[in-house]
Design a binder for this molecule. Structure first.
Ligand SMILES: [Zn+2]
Length: 480
């Protein structure tokens, strides 16, 4: 008797997660809120706020930090490219293999919950889940028969049949391109096919937890932000693409609507992004700056008139104290005696040297002589643990308005062309969090800022499951 009352009252919770890589609060909550009817409804009936990204505010490790509830230092993942050891040239790309901590679907699966995971970064190579998984960008191919990009394996044939004659895309082939028209078509095709697969999964597969990430948002921002943002230094009001990002958001909203229709009342819906977006002013050639300031010595002068990657120049390590890596944020490595093969900074002077260099970087100015506003982080100060080989300093140049450029040959410490291909946008520190329970009205309350590690404990809490003591995030309460 008691049991039947209990089961009638307690409907098993369902959690559905809409992941939008790079979706910023400024567009979702403010500028376009009233034009995106489905997202608007989620916001108006839910509770929402800014979601602080990880440091660094980069797709890898941000999604893994979010879904594990652990910071990048604990994960030992400091970006896409990481040092394997303290030699100068042994780097690797952090795939799913680098994630040693359990992610929320691993814990839910152990508790008997069925999970569907689609396109969440760092899920390739595929590991089994209690349910279905389709891997993410950085999957080498979805057409090579030898590449396993689904769990179970048989899911692949179902998707292939569903999309025939097209094939599934985890990403676009190259988003840093001047052929914006072709790229736009690729982004739309990828998203359209993904949502077709998502509808199929919702219609055909059982689930308690369903999470997907759409990468098209990030790709269209990087490719077309200058066309969209009137204040971008490269903005051209006559560009045929001034409305392209907005049109894509309108399209995405429609597609999301087709999923929401399929969800039962009572489903907890979380809409989330891993970081925001901001206009990229230019790049600081970090190794050229280090060279000019006497921290880095090359055997020959850097090239003029052509670019050379850091790996291709001959560094005199006996006269080099620091070098850097390119990317949306800067990584600085110190050449430390007894640590690096030809280290020159005495171990006892490491901290004082690091502090002096951090202060020096904070003093870097823009080409017009204003302070660039660089923010410098020491891994030991921002992470609970520092596992694997972390950069000695992590730098947000111009607080992420400038990117870090590792190559030589720019004839200056500033560049306004991207050495890895055209790219208009950098990442911003805040992404989005929207929580809604279908059928309930929470009144569209704005929450104080949350941190993306709060995601994993909040999901476990919605299922009524205990939160592992080593998770660093906190449960987000929406109904107070
Ligand atoms: Zn991202």
């Amino acid at each position: 008797m008691l049991k039947s009352v209990f089961s009638r009252k307690q409907k098993a919770p369902k959690v559905f997660v809409i992941g939008l890589d790079c979706a910023p609060p400024e567009l979702m909550f403010d500028a376009w809120r009233n034009e995106l009817p489905n997202f608007k409804q989620l916001i108006d009936n839910g509770a929402y706020g800014q979601l602080m990204s990880s440091i660094p505010a980069i797709t890898v490790p941000a999604w893994s930090s979010m879904t594990s509830g652990k910071d990048p230092g604990v994960l030992g993942i400091y970006g896409f490219r990481n040092r394997r050891d303290y030699t100068y040239d042994n780097r690797y790309i952090a795939t799913g293999l680098s994630v040693k901590e359990k992610r929320v679907w691993d814990i839910l699966g152990e508790a008997g919950k069925e999970c569907i995971v689609v396109g969440v970064p760092q899920t390739y190579p595929v590991r089994p889940v209690n349910g279905c998984l389709i891997s993410s960008f950085l999957t080498p191919s979805t057409t090579n028969p030898k590449t396993q990009w689904t769990h179970p394996l048989s899911l692949r044939a179902e998707i292939e049949e569903l999309l025939e004659p097209e094939t599934y895309d985890v990403d676009v082939p190259e988003f840093r391109t001047n052929d914006k028209k072709a790229l736009l078509q690729q982004i739309y095709d990828m998203t359209r096919k993904r949502f077709k697969v998502l509808r199929y999964m919702l219609d055909e597969k059982p689930w308690d937890f369903f999470m997907f990430v759409e990468m098209g948002v990030d790709r269209i921002h990087h490719a077309l932000w200058a066309h969209h943002d009137l204040s971008h230094p490269k903005h051209d009001p006559d560009s045929p693409f001034t409305n392209a990002i907005k049109e894509y958001y309108l399209y995405l909203d429609e597609e999301v609507g087709t999923l929401l229709k399929r969800l039962p009342q009572g489903t907890h819906v979380i809409t989330v992004s891993d970081h925001g977006v901001k206009s990229m002013t230019g790049g600081i050639c970090i190794n050229e700056w280090l060279r000019r300031e006497g921290y880095l010595t090359l055997y020959d002068d850097p090239p003029t008139g052509w670019l050379s990657s850091f790996e291709k120049v001959e560094v005199d390590w006996s006269k080099t104290a620091a070098w850097g890596d390119g990317g949306y944020y800067g990584r600085i490595f110190l050449n430390v005696e007894g640590r690096e093969p030809n280290g020159i900074i005495p171990a006892g002077e490491y901290e004082s040297f690091r502090e002096r260099l951090a202060e020096h970087i904070e003093q870097i100015e823009t080409p017009d002589g204003k302070l660039m506003g660089n923010v410098v982080f020491k891994p030991q100060a921002i992470y609970r643990e520092v596992n694997n080989v972390a950069p000695d300093l992590i730098v947000y140049f111009g607080n992420l308005s400038w990117r870090s450029v590792g190559s030589f040959g720019h004839d200056d410490v500033y560049t306004f062309e991207n050495d890895t291909g055209p790219d208009d946008a950098n990442h911003a520190e805040n992404g989005i969090w929207i929580y809604t329970q279908l059928g309930k009205d929470l009144g569209g309350k704005r929450l104080p800022d949350k941190q993306l590690m709060d995601f994993a404990p909040t999901v476990l809490d919605l299922f009524g499951l205990p939160i592992p003591a080593d998770m660093q995030g906190k449960v987000i309460k929406h109904k107070t």
